[in-house]
Each structure stands twice: as structure tokens, then as C-alpha cells.
Design a protein around this ligand. Structure first.
Ligand SMILES: NC(=O)C1=CN([C@@H]2O[C@H](COP(=O)(O)OP(=O)(O)OC[C@H]3O[C@@H](n4cnc5c(N)ncnc54)[C@H](O)[C@@H]3O)[C@@H](O)[C@H]2O)C=CC1
Ligand SMILES: Nc1nc(O)c(N)c(N[C@@H]2O[C@H](COP(=O)(O)O)[C@@H](O)[C@H]2O)n1
Length: 220
């Protein structure tokens, strides 16, 4: 499976403010770029923190671009949600696009039943927290060869820690959000030892809207 993380950050590297409310960091040109990346992927993954903060629908994608890259159907929406906290009326569950929830064994049965009623497909992996290598392997067995990840910082850190990220694209916007508690692209516990820092190779730099898009591949 190929895993591509994409996000928009402020000039000081924040995904959002300390209130964790959605901030429009990029502009129309960048959102069109994001729609093309969605089109290139079989599924789009976010953490439940992003679902609770932003209530994204993840239904938009560039249909012409999808056809041009030879993909059919629509990208599946996927939420990493250890305890099944996705609200049954969340936008990510609405509409015709399929949604898969990655949960752990700690997810309460009643919440899972409510979500299954909303026609959600469920993958159970891990005891307390979603075991990402196991969950992504299950997605792959269900036909997900190309996975886009749209955040947030807790999930993306875990994906890096598990060595699961192949490519990283960041839109860096021309604004400063500040805040030591504001989320960044890789939060979690953080890496400490030099040997554990994921190393990246810079593949591209492009001016988009009023910011810059940086493209890296992750060194193996
Ligand atoms: N500017 C941008 O491009 C984006 C910004 N955001 C912002 O990011 C913030 C949300 O990010 P976070 O709070 O970091 O939440 P998150 O979206 O990373 O979700 C974290 C949650 O994912 C679940 N999870 C399941 N398995 C996990 C694992 N193995 N490792 C880590 N988490 C796991 C846990 O329940 C955890 O609480 C919001 O403020 C949102 O606005 C989110 C996406 C894109
Ligand atoms: N690429 C990008 N630029 C910004 O400025 C943003 N605020 C975000 N946020 C994320 O985009 C997703 C929106 O999804 P829907 O359009 O509602 O489907 C969601 O994941 C936001 O967190 N992204």
C-alpha cells in the first residue's frame, strides 16, 4: 500500500489554532490540488480528532482526474477511531460514499451498533488503540492500494512512528497561528533519538495561492 499524507500548515507549522477549530489555511487553487490527490487514491483517512473538530465530509474529488489516472468509483472515507467516538450524524457518514471505521477492541458495543446502523463498515484492530499496521493491512486486503491521509497530528505521528508513510505533501500558508497547544502535522509523543527521526527527500517546491507546496518522499 502507498500512503500519502497531505495537510495545510501555517508558516509556524500549525494545523489549526489551540482551540482546534478548522482554519482555512490554503485557498481555492490548493483545494483543487487536494481534490486531485483524493482522486488518485482508493481511500482517504482522517483521525477522529479531525472528525470531531472539523466535521469533514471528504466527498469532494476531481472526477476528471480520477478517470485520467484509471481509477473507478469514489474514494472510501476512513476514520481511525479507537473508541468509536464518531457521532452518528457526522458528515463523514452522510451521502453515498462508503465509510470505514478503524476501531480497537475497546470500542463500546452500543456505539458500534449505532454506527453500523448508519451503514458503516468496521475494522477491529488493536486492543486499546487502533493498531495501524494491522488496520492498513486489512484495508489493503479490501482493495485499498493507494491511501491518502488528511490528518490530524496525532494520527500522522503514529503513522510515521509505525513507518507507514511513503509521501508527505504540505501546503505552507502565509499566516501565523501560534500556540504551544495548537496541533502540528506530527504530534503524539514525538521522536527523541536521531536514529528514529523519519528522514525525507524533497521532491518538489511550488508556489500555490499565497503559499508554497512542499513535496517529499519518505526515505526507507
Ligand atoms: N490544516 C489541515 O490540513 C488539517 C487540520 N486538522 C486539524 O487537526 C486537529 C485534529 O488533529 P488531532 O487532534 O491530532 O486528531 P487526529 O485527527 O489525529 O485524531 C486523533 C485520534 O485518532 C484516533 N486514533 C486511533 N488510532 C490511533 C493511533 N494509532 N494513533 C493516533 N491516533 C489514533 C484516536 O482516537 C485519537 O484521539 C484539528 O484541529 C483539525 O482542525 C486536521 C486535518 C487537516
Ligand atoms: N488542504 C487543506 N487546507 C486547509 O486550509 C484546510 N483547513 C484543510 N483542512 C482539512 O480539509 C478537509 C476538509 O474536508 P471536506 O472539504 O469537508 O471534505 C478536512 O480533513 C480538514 O481538516 N485542508
Amino acid at each position: 500500500m502507498h500512503v500519502h499524507v497531505n495537510a495545510a500548515v501555517s508558516a509556524d507549522g500549525k494545523l489549526s489554532t489551540r482551540r482546534r477549530e478548522q482554519v482555512r489555511i490554503s485557498g481555492d487553487e490548493d483545494f483543487a490540488r487536494v481534490d486531485r490527490i483524493r482522486a488518485e487514491n482508493d481511500a482517504v483517512l482522517v483521525g477522529v480528532g479531525t472528525v470531531l473538530a472539523d466535521d469533514p465530509s471528504l466527498v469532494r474529488f476531481d472526477r476528471d482526474h480520477r478517470e485520467s489516472v484509471g481509477k473507478s468509483g469514489v474514494p472510501t472515507r476512513v476514520v481511525a477511531d479507537s473508541r468509536a467516538r464518531t457521532p452518528p450524524d457526522a458528515a463523514i457518514l452522510a451521502g453515498d460514499a462508503p465509510t470505514t471505521l478503524l476501531v480497537s477492541e475497546a470500542a463500546p458495543i452500543d456505539r458500534l451498533s449505532a454506527l453500523r446502523e448508519a451503514s458503516v463498515s468496521v475494522v477491529v484492530a488493536g486492543t486499546e488503540r487502533v493498531d495501524l499496521p494491522c488496520a492498513l493491512a486489512e484495508l489493503e486486503s479490501r482493495g485499498v492500494a493507494d491511501l491518502m491521509v488528511e490528518g490530524g497530528g496525532e494520527l500522522v505521528f503514529s503513522l510515521f512512528a509505525d513507518g507507514l508513510v511513503d509521501a508527505l505533501t504540505l501546503y505552507v500558508g502565509s499566516l501565523v497561528l501560534g500556540g504551544r497547544e495548537a496541533p502540528t502535522i506530527a504530534d503524539g509523543e514525538g521522536f527523541v533519538e536521531r536514529a528514529s527521526f523519519p528522514e525525507l527527500s524533497l521532491d518538489g517546491v511550488e508556489r500555490v495561492d499565497d503559499g508554497v507546496v512542499l513535496q517529499w518522499t519518505v526515505d526507507s
